[in-house]
Design a protein. Structure first.
Length: 153
């Protein structure tokens, strides 16, 4: 999870929401990603999607069986769907996302019995650090917006 936090800090340095992800196979990181939605100007540039793309390239397959994903924030519907489709068996999550999380908060797509694959989820790993990074980011974002509003009035 520490490697995923390092990825999240890369997003933070770009002014992006600090979310990071790594995918491990047999003790080695085979995919890394961090949130780049604003930078790349696409909704698809989530940390998990970027890490999955890199891991698939490294494995030479779209199936990531035997891998573990570490992500600093509970996956959204798109990312949870990609996890299921990639057949990732285990996802380790830092902070939960009560507004859009799909590993147990809003929905639980990782354990949907109707899907052909389910993923084990472990939550709260470095949860306080992951939550604090996100909380601090959004607090600063709100403060900057309020300061800009005051300048304009």
């Amino acid at each position: 999870m520490k490697a995923a936090v390092r990825e999240a800090r890369k997003a933070l340095a770009l002014g992006e929401v600090p979310i990071g992800c790594v995918i491990e196979y047999e003790g080695k990181i085979i995919g890394r990603g961090y949130n780049r939605r604003m930078t790349d100007r696409t909704v698809l540039a989530h940390a998990e999607i970027i890490a999955i793309r890199k891991a698939c390239r490294k494995m030479g397959d779209w199936r990531l069986e035997g891998c573990t994903m570490y992500v600093t924030l509970e996956p959204c519907p798109m990312c949870a769907g990609a996890i299921v489709q990639a057949r990732i068996p285990k996802v380790v999550i830092g902070a939960m996302n009560p507004k859009a999380g799909c590993a147990g908060s809003v929905l639980d797509m990782l354990h949907e019995p109707g899907f052909n694959h389910q993923a084990e989820a472990e939550t709260g790993v470095l949860g306080e650090e992951c939550s604090r990074m996100l909380t601090d980011f959004f607090k600063e974002l709100r403060e900057n917006r309020n300061a800009q509003k005051k300048l304009l009035t």
